[in-house]
Design a protein around this ligand. Structure first.
Ligand code: FAD
Ligand code: FES
Ligand code: MG
Length: 284
């Protein structure tokens, strides 16, 4: 084993709010596959944080996680450094991505969604697909892994909302153009990022009748199908994103319900974050 259990072996600051860590977890590294996730706790009484397995090294026995500091628990995680250990790390959870030869595939990643997208795009490339990737973020500072995505993509389109890097566009614009141009027959699309981005990607692909997989970041607690927190609805079915997903058919999802459920604890989360920020020396 490379370090103590769940020890942080490496930490890279990708942007102000986005960090990348390698965590010693040989069993998870051995079994983990693209598309799966882990649930971690920073300390024994800590909240459970689901994070996608962004990469893994089976031989060295670690998994790579990329997280954006958005509230109390991810901010607390951000205070840990190399040599510190997580209190727990459970996984791999959820189903792996359905990797096979489709033909030409489009992989769309928004913001921190670029991290979960990367291993999927890489495995799709290894499976013999032509991989067209689109990555985007609000601004240059929030973009990361452009080099990694370029290395495994046949074509990479980079966008920022404000035009500070790459094309000034939302990811849905080049996505629509790829379909409209008709230059390539696109067999499958993956879209991973904020729910609102996935919703609009799905509206684009639905208009071209193009199968689309999304990775759902619903609120999760246990991550094993027991609490119901991650419930998502389609016209005919109810899924638990943690065990039925996290990847599901994006065209089936009731996005408006999902978006409203994601925001159901907003006030409590805001209060917890404010209390945390005022009680610790962790900064602004
Ligand atoms: P809070 O202030 O508590 O919440 C901020 C927002 O984050 C909430 O409004 C809600 O939308 C969301 N959130 C809060 N608690 C949870 C929870 N228990 N489960 C899911 N969402 C929550 N984020 C990353 O940065 N990188 C990843 O690779 C990543 N992968 C994920 C994979 C899955 C399967 C899921 C479900 C979520 C993933 N997330 C990822 C989102 C991440 O779990 C949340 O940002 C984090 O839990 C927020 O915790 P917080 O206390 O810092 O923020
Ligand atoms: Fe509890 Fe999915 S997180 S059922
Ligand atoms: Mg929280």
């Amino acid at each position: 084993m490379v370090g103590a259990m769940y020890e942080i072996l490496r930490k890279t600051v990708l942007s102000n709010a986005v960090k990348e860590i390698d965590v010693a977890a040989p069993q998870i590294a051995k079994k983990g596959k693209a598309g799966q996730f882990v649930v971690l706790r920073v300390h024994e009484q800590g909240e459970r944080i689901p994070l996608t397995i962004a990469d893994f090294d089976r031989e060295k026995g670690f998994v790579t996680l990329v997280y954006q500091e958005v509230g109390k628990s991810t901010r607390h995680l951000g205070t840990l450094g190399v040599g510190d250990s997580l209190a727990s790390l459970t996984g791999p959870l959820g189903h792996a991505s359905d990797i096979k030869k489709y033909g030409t595939v489009v992989c769309v990643g928004g913001g921190v969604g670029i991290a979960p997208l990367y291993p999927i795009a890489r495995e799709l490339k290894r499976a013999g697909n032509r991989v067209l990737s689109i990555i985007g973020a609000r601004n240059r500072d929030l973009l990361f892994w452009e080099d990694k995505m370029a290395a495994i993509s046949d074509r990479l389109i980079v966008c920022t909302d404000d035009g500070s890097h790459g094309r000034k566009a939302l990811v849905t614009e080049p996505l629509k153009e790829l379909f409209e141009s008709g230059e390539e027959t696109i067999a499958h699309t993956w879209a991973i990022g904020p729910a609102i981005m996935m919703k609009f990607c799905c509206l684009v692909t639905k208009s071209f009748n193009a199968p689309t997989t999304v990775s759902l970041n619903t609120i999760m607690v246990d991550g094993t199908g027991m609490c119901g927190a991650c419930r998502v609805k389609t016209a005919t079915k109810t899924y638990f994103a943690c065990v039925d997903g996290p990847e599901l058919d994006g065209h089936e999802i009731d996005w408006d319900l999902l978006l409203s459920r994601q925001g159901q604890y907003l006030n409590l989360e805001k209060q917890a974050d404010e209390r945390y920020r005022s009680s610790c020396a962790c900064g602004s």
